[in-house]
Design a protein around this ligand. Structure first.
Ligand SMILES: [Zn+2]
Ligand SMILES: [Zn+2]
Length: 787
């Protein structure tokens, strides 16, 4: 096959088809060691975005690298389909309300939408050349899986049943983080903090002796639920107030003034009103002081009946109204604007509230030390990203709220006896849907009653997705394989889900297996726009990976991925221009390959190899060594940059130029020519194989064209296959310098590169003299070089 001068992306589809026909990446158990990648199942309700495209390409290079190193790579595609986003989308797109639609129908609509989207996600990954073990859904190792599949849900339920029977799950009416928009409780991992400019209101409370105490608060709408005023025990100004009673403005109930270290002397007036609940701090003080909470906010985020005349108002409206009333009644002393860290829901960005809900909790706080011990056994890339996990484990103060009052998720497998309230837990091994099914038992084991109510709640979606390493390594399908291969090899994932996905997976793994889930963890930052901003529809700076593929092809995108920055350290900047510019390397690679194919013959290792050949082969050998070292620590970007630099800026720019005369000139001996042929083909063979995990399409095409073999079935280059032993790297810089010197000199003299020139090859390059003289058409090699 003759090699074209430009890469034609249309070939990529044809190549993908060939790979799939050959079932090239299919996972089949054999005697090789397994290497298992627990890929992050993307949520399928939106198209694959540029960040997904980047990280999956990166993971793909890891999979391909490990395959070429003799591992049997298990690299399954997972699709996340449980959870709120699809419900919200169905409500919006189909104009259905989750509350007014029968559950059966609503769930069906969600599933139909998800099926549509799943197809789109997996086809995007295909176009990118991701070598998943399979794109077909199924239940053997390596198959594509979906988190709402009955089989995946059964695993989630099985694990829950175990944990429940071991006494690790309990139900409690606790105050939890609550998002009024999503209408669900949130685990602490799902709460983010956003700096907001908000009012700080100074409010006058009348004390029993007739004097006033001024309290500063950001949440005056909670006055009705105010149960104490506190001051810091160190604060001299307020010691005389200890135990005094104060009257709450507008509502007139009496509350005590008490010392508590939660009050900060330098915030506001140093006096703090404690209400149920403005924040986590309020909750702690309530507990410490034995106060009884009153709740003012309902599940819709509206003030409830306890709020008196403010009932029915939204929280922010009530705040405005109450400030007005305080002002009119003369209680408002002053008002400031301050920056305040507001807790918000990570999905909808709504300020969260703290309201009491009866929910199921999984114990976690008591295992913090054990979890840290397991986390220490995992190796983090980059090492400093481990801190994110350790800090999160240290910060845990409450157990994990795992129940959600929504529809589209794994059902909690419990039934309740109608007559005595007995909680019936079914046996493991089946996917249960308690909201529409009868329990697998006739009578209540406690009272003999025959009527049960099925649980209607579902699990937090992290309760599902934290099972992925168990699922993919055969915990529920292939015990033998699981025993041999757990913990799995690698978890690649984003920094923003360390406290959710990574943490919850660690917790699950600890509770279920007592082992860490992974050997290695690779944490990445994000892909941002050219100016460093997050891509968003509203900013209009979104780069759609499908558009990139349309314009430049997948291989251009992949080239860009590995030439642009280190995503474990910083966000990576993306633009069409950057991708286009990275893709120039593909053109260069084609030209180098075409030149080599046209100008060399198959040649065996010559007995006497020319020095230039031995020199470039030594450089190649060093390249193989450093690429391997970098890849073994997952620095595929650094290694690819090295391969590009070698191929373009050393092999092509210098070596091939030095060797051209030998190829074309009859005055060189056959042995000298053979040495050149051997070297050119050897270097190209090695660099194509080195590059094939990163840019699998073009390397597949080239290797087949030149060597007639499938590069993806070849092994990754080893240092030992480069047949040189003498370190000639000391010459590299000198050769590069000398060549540039000659080119620049000719240019400044108005000569073409082919024109003859008078100069002397420097003493330290004497051994390369023959090639250098021929290459530069040097006429008087005796003349001194004024370098
Ligand atoms: Zn929300
Ligand atoms: Zn009963």
């Amino acid at each position: 096959m003759s090699i074209p001068t430009r890469w034609n992306p249309d070939i990529e589809k044809e190549i993908t088809r060939e790979w799939e026909e050959q079932k090239l990446y299919r996972f089949v158990k054999d005697s090789r060691p397994a290497y298992i990648i627990d890929t992050p199942p993307p949520y399928v309700n939106s198209p694959v975005h540029i960040g997904h495209a980047y990280t999956y390409v990166y993971m793909d290079s890891i999979a391909r690298y490990k395959r070429m190193n003799g591992y049997n790579v298990l690299f399954p595609l997972g699709l996340d389909r449980n959870g709120l986003p699809i419900e919200v989308q169905v409500e919006k797109e189909l104009k259905l309300s989750v509350r007014n639609t029968p559950r059966e129908i609503f769930v069906q609509k969600c599933r139909e939408k998800l099926d549509e989207y799943s197809e789109a996600s997996s086809s995007s990954f295909r176009l990118l050349g991701i070598s998943f073990s399979s794109y077909e859904k199924g239940y053997v190792l390596g198959d594509m899986y979906e988190t709402d599949d009955p089989d995946f849900r059964r695993l989630t339920q099985d694990i829950f049943i175990d944990l429940y029977n071991r006494g690790l799950v309990y139900e409690s009416e606790k105050v939890s983080n609550y998002c009024p928009d999503c209408r669900i409780s949130l685990s602490d991992a799902e709460v983010e903090y956003e700096e907001e400019v908000t009012g700080l209101y100074y409010i006058k409370f009348r004390l029993e002796d007739g004097s006033d105490a001024v309290v500063a608060t950001t949440r005056p709408e909670l006055l009705k639920a105010c149960k104490a005023i506190i001051y810091n025990p160190e604060d001299e100004r307020y010691r005389n107030l200890n135990g005094k009673k104060a009257k709450v403005p507008l509502f007139d109930h009496e509350i005590p003034v008490l010392p508590h270290p939660y009050a900060k002397q330098d915030f506001g007036t140093g006096l703090v009103m404690i209400c149920s609940y403005g924040d986590r701090g309020d909750m702690m003080v309530f507990k410490d002081l034995g106060l009884t909470p009153t709740f003012l906010i309902d599940e819709n985020g509206l003030m409830n009946e306890n709020a008196g005349k403010y009932s029915g108002l939204k929280v922010r409206e009530a705040r405005k109204k109450i400030v007005e009333d305080l002002r009119n009644a003369g209680y408002l002393v002053k008002e400031e604007r301050i920056k305040h860290e507001t807790p918000i829901c990570w999905r909808s960005k709504t300020p969260i509230e703290f309201i009491p809900r009866k929910e199921l909790y999984l114990k976690q706080v008591e295992f913090r030390d054990e979890l840290k011990k397991l986390a220490e056994q995992m190796k983090f890339y980059a090492p400093e990203s481990a801190e994110l996990l350790f800090r999160w484990i240290d910060s845990l103060t409450d157990d994990w709220v795992i129940s959600r009052r929504r529809y589209y998720g794994t059902e909690i497998p419990l039934w309740y006896c109608k007559s005595c309230g007995y909680v019936y837990v079914p046996p493991k091994g089946k996917y249960y849907v308690p909201w529409k099914e009868k329990p697998p038992v006739e009578k209540c084991p406690r009272c003999g009653g025959t009527e049960f109510v099925g649980e209607t709640r579902i699990f937090d979606t992290w309760f599902d997705s934290s099972n992925t390493p168990l699922y993919i390594s055969g915990y529920s399908h292939d015990k033998e394989f699981f025993e041999q291969n757990y913990p799995v090899s690698l978890r690649p994932q984003g920094k923003e889900i360390v406290r959710s996905w990574l943490y919850f997976t660690l917790l699950k793994s600890y509770l279920v297996t007592g082992k860490p889930p992974f050997k290695d963890v690779w944490i990445h930052m994000h892909v941002v726009d050219e100016k460093g901003y997050k891509m968003s529809k509203s900013l209009g700076n979104v780069i759609d990976p499908m558009e990139v593929i349309k314009r430049y092809g997948a291989e251009a995108f992949r080239t860009w991925v590995f030439l642009e920055g280190d995503i474990t350290k910083d966000d990576v900047k993306c633009s069409y221009g950057r991708i286009e510019s990275a893709s120039k390397f593909l053109t260069k690679l084609l030209n180098i390959s075409r030149f080599t194919q046209l100008n060399s013959k198959e040649a065996s290792l010559p007995e006497n190899m020319s020095l230039s050949d031995r020199w470039i082969l030594w450089e190649l050998k060093s390249l193989v060594k450093s690429v391997r070292e970098l890849n073994d620590s997952y620095y595929f970007n650094k290694s690819f940059t090295k391969i590009r630099d070698f191929t373009w800026f050393l092999f092509a720019d210098h070596y091939l130029e030095m060797v051209k005369p030998r190829i074309y000139n009859p005055e060189y001996s056959e042995e000298e020519k053979q040495s050149a042929y051997f070297t050119m083909r050897k270097v190209l063979d090695v660099v194509i194989r080195l590059m094939s995990p990163y840019i699998p399409f073009i390397t597949y095409y080239l290797y087949k064209s030149i060597y007639g073999k499938n590069v993806h079935l070849s092994s990754y280059p080893e240092e030992s296959e480069v047949p040189v032993t003498e370190d000639l790297s000391a010459y590299t810089e000198r050769i590069v310098e000398f060549n540039h010197y000659v080119w620049n000199t000719k240019k400044s003299m108005g000569l073409s590169l082919k024109d003859p020139i008078d100069l002397k090859v420097p003493e330290d390059l004497k051994l390369f003299e023959k090639d250098l003289i021929a290459m530069h058409n040097i006429k008087s090699p005796e003349k001194d070089l004024k370098a």
